[in-house]
Design a binder for this molecule. Structure first.
Ligand SMILES: [Fe+2]
Length: 254
């Protein structure tokens, strides 16, 4: 695993050296935190040591296409450039690049499925149990880290609208992950991040999120800004809905 990490740092260094600004550094840091979160979730799930290593490797490689995407398009928005999950699979397959990260071919299908599907709204039905486990694990870790970035205000949103659009807010109130295709305004991106909670697959991940308290921190960050009364009310409503949802999930499994 240490070798895979080194390989990743070597690969991304060439992009760092292109002088594309801090975007590349942010994605490297995100990737390393996601890798650690994958390890943490895998440990809490009491997976085997081989599976814990595989979880870390999946976390390390999930966003491998972000660097090429940014180099080509100077954006991380897939809809304006390229699907970074699909591009990641291509990058890893080209010249058998994946072998630099794992000598063992037996993990390829899991790794490639994780990379391809981690950014999709739904996972396909035909995944094996193992593929599904690791896809969900990485998706959970990815979401926890994005919520962390919102909580520490690393993601700043221009307030282009006074409140969440009705359609988006209704989906949130139904305790659903917001579908990106109905996103209308920049403020709606905040709603999307809150909706991540409803898509967390494992209670172990939910526990981490609750312990870290990112949702409350994120809501507070925005409430401290000069936001409209309506958005404040929407955020408070969401705070309660999310608290109840988390509590219910915790009770369901124990
Ligand atoms: Fe990603």
């Amino acid at each position: 695993m240490e070798q895979a990490r080194e390989e990743f740092l070597t690969y991304t260094k060439t992009y760092l050296n292109l002088g594309l600004g801090k975007a590349i550094k942010l994605k490297i840091d995100h990737t390393l935190r996601v890798m650690n979160l994958c390890e943490e979730i895998a440990r809490r799930k009491k997976l085997s040591s081989e599976e814990i290593e595989l979880a870390k490797l999946c976390g390390l490689l999930h966003d491998i296409a972000r660097f090429e995407q940014y180099k080509r398009y100077q954006t991380f928005v897939d809809s304006k450039s390229i699907d970074h999950g699909d591009l990641g699979v291509k990058i890893l397959k080209d010249h058998d690049f994946i072998r630099k990260f794992s000598k063992e071919k037996k993990f390829d299908s899991v790794i490639l499925k994780v990379v391809k599907y981690h950014n999709k709204y739904l996972l396909p039905k035909d995944l094996t149990t193992k593929e599904r486990l690791f896809c969900n694990l990485v998706k959970d870790a990815d979401k926890i880290d994005i919520l962390y970035l919102y909580a520490i205000e690393e993601v700043s949103l221009p307030m282009d609208q006074e409140s969440f659009s009705e359609e988006v807010f209704n989906q949130l109130k139904k305790e659903q992950l917001v579908d990106r295709s109905i996103l209308k305004t920049k403020v709606d991106r905040l709603a999307i991040s809150l909706g991540f909670v409803f898509d967390i697959a494992f209670w172990e991940s939910m526990d981490i999120l609750r312990e870290k308290d990112y949702i409350n921190q994120e809501i507070e960050v925005y409430e401290q800004k000069g936001i409209s009364k309506k958005l404040r009310e929407q955020l408070e409503e969401m705070r309660i809905i999310i608290q109840n949802y988390m509590k219910r999930r915790a009770e369901d499994v124990r």
